[in-house]
Design a protein around this ligand. Sequence first.
Ligand code: VG1
Ligand code: CO
Length: 543
Amino acid sequence: MEILEIETRPIEGQKPGTSGLRKKTHVFMSPHYLENYVQSIFDGIGGVGGKVLVLGGDGRYFNAQAAQVILRMAAANGAAKVIVGVGALMSTPAASHLIRKRGTDGGLILSASHNPGGPEEDFGLKYNMPNGGPATEGVSDRIHAATQTLTRYKIAETADVDLSAPGQARLGRMEIEIVDPVEDYAALMEELFDFDALEALFKGGFSMVFDAMHAVTGPYAKAILEGRLGAAPGTVINAEPKPDFGGGHPDPNPIWAKPLVDRMMSEDAPDFGAASDGDGDRNMILGKGIYITPSDSLAVLAANAHLAPAYEGGLKGVARSMPTSAAVDRVAEAMGISCYETPTGWKFFGNLLDAGRATLCGEESAGTGSDHVREKDGLWAVLLWLNILAASGKSVAELMEAHWQRYGRNYYSRHDYEDVDAGVAGEMVEELREQLGTLPGQKVGGLTVESAEEFAYDDPVDGSRSERQGLIFGFEGGGRAVIRLSGTGTVGATIRLYLERLETDPAKLGDDPQEALAPVIAAAEALAGIKARSGRDGPNVIT
Ligand code: VG1
Ligand code: CO
């Protein structure tokens, strides 16, 4: 095996966003692009000499080739060992678990998550740390700094490693262990949940459909739901990971998983419906005739987690990203536990989980997770829901209704304006930022602004500060609008407008969210003029 040292130059724009680096696939496939970034990750974390890494991905186009490049570069940079999933596949939560279980020095995950895949679509790469969680802002900054000064990368010249079955291989002195990506993860789920009760649930005729959206969770869901728990064959649909996710966005929301939503709203809907995203860390939950917003799901899970074995001792605390609704705050208050509000992105939960301050975390973007790993975990959320349904004997709708009756309902919606001109979006945020001081007291679109601020986060564990994490507008009467720009897109800018209003009147808990939020939506538009500025009639995606 010959080790080559290739001369290179820094490439513009290799700055990790909310979750790793995401670019168009052809950009990642262009000369030196992937290699430069991988070497920068290695350099940014202080080298990989003698280290053990986990490697896997969501199976999108270029996944297999990129994994071979990473293996060759890890060998050339002196890594001791790489643990890789068969076919270079591994869901994000499974990778997080494996990093922790084996005590490795971190891992590389090939994924652009919910972004579409294929030669014309998106690719991504993220580095997870030895705690199994996404690189913190500090580590991401060091990786980015390394991309800006890079002059060479190291790569071994050798044939591809056969990753088609579990086993051992070598690249020079580097050991490669090829593992079944599902096995350890399934064993962890069995530890956390009452599998006997879940088996009995399905035996008793409980029906569900799980839409894997042609992404990485298919094999996991099939093995656990149909294999271990005895759910009817065919419960998991779109179960085979495809390089282009069947041509759609592997994003479990009412737009991209519409066929599932339609089925759950039909007369002959099964008892439970769920979907997960490209890399398996997001989830969507539905019951017969009801869609559960991710914010509500987090609140229901927090209120009922004690019904599952892993959480029967109670929760240490909960955490949610700032744009996520305050539904879980009300549960935490009733339980007398802490509730943390973090910036968007799972990397901000890591310290809280490591320090034992939070047990459950969640984001409005369909991410929920707990301290069992350091990533959000789609299938875990589905199993926790199932465990709660089995233990309580209630339906999804009954649980949700009872929850709203007790805690009130945080009406919630997110409106996305995708692929807006980046200059236009940036200017909008800049102008709003300048007005923050003068907005309180002003009437906009029928509502009076009560507060206007930009979110900044002081990490209570390591003291680091993260600024400019979203603009928050509070309205008289309790409505809230949040505006921030996405950090996961690959073309133009995506403006995210998050809308929320708490309703505690028992007579008004069953309204349509868009109607219940209409005054807040109107006020946000009057304030920011997103439609006018972007030239759009309305959002592309409403969740
Ligand atoms: C989005 C979501 C955020 C999530 C992130 C990564 O980020 O809003 O909540 O953590 O994606 O999730 P942004 O910057 O586009 O709003 V995943 O499943 O795409 O890794
Ligand atoms: Co994801």
